[in-house]
Design a protein around this ligand. Structure first.
Ligand code: ZN
Length: 326
C-alpha cells in the first residue's frame, strides 16, 4: 500500500489533533503563489487521508475501498508519486471495497441524481488551524468539547486587518470539500456568528462513520460537533436538508434545544416522521451543556433512552418541557 507520508516534504510539523502541515504542493498548479508558510495540511488515518490547502483552497482525499478521485490523483502526482504507483493504489483500494463503501457510493449517486451538491468555497483570509499555542482559542475549543481531530480554525490578525475580531472558525465540508464556514466570535460582542453557508447544507455529514446505524439531528454546530451529530443550524429543517439527512439511510433522531425556540424543531420532526429525544437533563439547555456535564457517552445514553417514535408520546414530552421552561 502506498505510504503517502514518505512523499511529503521533509520540512513539516504535526499538530496534537493529528494534522501534518508542510508547504503546500498544489498552489502553483492552481494559479496561486507558491506556499512558504506551511499551509498545506494532511490528516492520515490508517490508509485513509485527507488533504486541505489553506493557501489556494485545494482539497483531496483518499479512502480505502473507493476509487482514487481525480483530485487525489493530481495531488499524488504533484507529490512525486508516479503513474504506476497511483494505478496500483486504485487496484489495491478496490480490492478493499466492502458493503459500507458500496452503500456509500450508492448514496452519492442518489444525491447526484437528486441534484444535491454544494459548490466549493474559500475560508476567510488568513485562517489557520488552532493549536495549543493559540491560547484562548484552543481553550474555547476544549471548553465546548470539540473533538481533537476536528480542524477548527482561527483568523490571524495582521497589521492591515485590524478589523478582525477574535473568532473560532468552523469549516463546513461536504464529501471532504470545503463548502462554507461559520465564525463564532468569542469577544462577547454582537453578532455572535457570521457564516458563509449554502441552502440545504447540513453540518456534520462528513463526520458520520460508515457503520453507524443512528444519526442525531440538532440545531447548533457545537452541539453536533461534541457528540458526532448533524446540525441544521436553525430551529427548522428545510426540505433539502431533510432529503440530505434521509439519504444517509440511518435511524434519525432529532434532539431539540430545550427552550421555547428550540421546540419548533419538534413539530418539524413529527411532520417528517422522525424520532425525537428530549432527555431529562438538569440545567442543560442543549446537547453541548449535557456533554460538558455528563460526558459524551453519558449524554448519548440519555438521548437513546429518551428516544420516542410515537407522535403522542413526543407531544406529551414537549408539553412537559414547555411547562418546565415557562
Ligand atoms: Zn495550495
Amino acid at each position: 500500500m502506498l505510504d503517502i507520508l514518505q512523499y511529503l516534504p521533509v520540512k513539516r510539523k504535526s499538530s496534537p489533533s493529528g494534522w501534518i502541515s508542510f508547504n503546500a504542493v498544489c498552489c502553483s498548479h492552481n494559479g496561486h503563489n507558491v506556499d512558504r508558510r506551511q499551509r498545506g495540511g494532511i490528516k492520515i488515518q490508517d490508509s485513509n487521508w485527507s488533504y486541505h490547502c489553506f493557501n489556494c483552497g485545494y482539497t483531496a482525499s483518499f479512502q480505502l475501498g473507493r476509487s482514487v478521485s481525480y483530485k487525489a490523483r493530481r495531488l499524488l502526482s504533484w507529490l512525486g508519486v508516479n503513474d504506476q504507483d497511483i494505478e496500483a493504489l486504485t487496484i489495491e483500494s478496490l480490492r478493499h471495497r466492502n458493503i459500507h463503501g458500496i452503500l456509500d457510493d450508492r448514496r452519492r449517486v442518489a444525491e447526484t441524481l437528486q441534484g444535491i451538491d454544494f459548490e466549493e468555497r474559500d475560508l476567510p483570509p488568513a485562517a489557520e488551524l488552532i493549536t495549543p499555542e493559540h491560547g484562548k482559542f484552543w481553550q474555547y475549543a476544549r471548553e465546548r468539547c470539540v473533538p481533537l481531530d476536528f480542524p477548527l480554525m482561527t483568523q490571524i490578525r495582521t497589521d492591515s486587518q485590524r478589523w478582525v475580531r477574535s473568532s473560532v472558525i468552523v469549516p463546513f465540508t461536504y464529501d471532504n470539500k470545503l463548502v462554507g464556514w461559520t465564525a463564532r466570535f468569542i469577544d462577547g460582542k454582537q453578532p455572535k456568528f457570521i457564516s458563509d453557508s449554502q441552502p440545504g447544507y447540513v453540518f456534520g455529514i462528513d463526520q458520520q462513520h460508515n457503520n453507524w446505524q443512528h444519526v442525531l439531528v440538532m440545531e447548533g454546530i457545537f452541539d453536533a460537533l461534541c457528540i458526532g451529530g448533524l446540525a441544521v443550524m436553525h430551529n427548522d429543517i428545510s426540505d433539502a436538508q431533510a432529503r440530505l439527512i434521509r439519504n444517509l439511510g440511518r435511524e434519525i433522531t432529532v434532539v431539540p434545544d430545550q427552550d421555547q425556540a428550540g421546540l419548533n424543531l419538534v413539530d418539524r420532526a413529527i411532520e417528517l416522521g422522525w424520532a425525537v429525544s428530549i432527555p431529562a437533563w438538569e440545567d442543560c439547555k442543549d446537547v453541548n451543556d449535557a456533554v460538558k456535564k455528563y460526558g459524551r457517552l453519558g449524554t448519548l445514553l440519555t438521548i437513546m433512552q429518551s428516544r420516542e417514535t410515537s407522535r403522542i408520546k413526543i407531544e406529551l414530552r414537549k408539553k412537559q418541557i414547555v411547562k418546565k421552561i415557562s
